[in-house]
Ligand binder design. Structure first.
Ligand code: ADP
Length: 181
């Protein structure tokens, strides 16, 4: 399924994959969760289904401790049965037309997830295209924000490898173009 890979020469620690994030063998995969952390549709549903009950148990523990997860924040659980070690749950912003700090909130998702990954000693992390599904964030703008934020972070974090996982072809084409810039 991962027959298409794009890897730009001067950015060899950011890669793009087309496929299903639950299949990727990295230290951490990021979940586009919601504030309840109780699971939902899209990539969230896929991660909970493939990873099993241990992920939900981890989420419930976090709910008991802090009530859930705010937009732009990120929390960490086990990855259960997935090949990854951890799931980093971050809550992307719902797109309300651009006047609700959506851009900053999305940037925070990437930054906070990368910071959590570092805290947990992860050397590799895979992101979905946060907010570009049910939350309706414009895909081209989301792609710009994700690549820019990750590139900036890689200047500070000289070890981690980042995979941007595109499930739909539209995001894959957009990200590929964005990486060429
Ligand atoms: P959000 O609520 O943040 O928009 P969604 O799950 O609806 O979250 O969509 C976010 C992105 O995740 C979309 O681009 C969607 O195509 C993608 N996606 C859905 N399922 C998977 C999966 N199994 N692996 C990777 N990405 C996925």
């Amino acid at each position: 399924y991962f027959d298409e890979i794009y890897n730009e020469k001067n950015m060899d620690r950011i890669k793009i994959f087309k496929g299903d994030i639950t299949k990727i063998e990295v230290d951490a995969i990021v979940n586009a969760a919601n504030t309840s952390l109780l699971g939902g549709g899209g990539v969230d549903g896929a991660i909970h289904r493939a990873g099993g009950i241990k992920i939900l148990e981890g989420c419930k523990k976090i709910i008991a401790e802090q009530g859930g997860c705010e937009v732009g924040e990120a929390v960490v659980t086990t990855a259960g049965q997935l090949p990854a070690k951890f799931v980093i749950h971050t809550v992307g912003p719902i797109w309300y037309g651009g006047n609700d700090d959506e851009k900053v909130k999305l940037k925070n998702c990437y930054t906070n997830s990368l910071l959590r990954a570092k805290e947990f000693n992860c050397k590799s992390i895979a992101f979905p295209n946060i907010s570009t599904g049910i939350y309706c964030f414009p895909k081209d703008l989301a792609a710009k924000i994700s690549v820019e934020t990750i590139k900036n972070h890689l200047k500070e974090d000289t070890e981690i490898e980042v995979i941007l996982v595109c499930y739909d072809d539209e995001n894959y084409q957009i990200l590929k173009k964005e990486m060429e810039n």
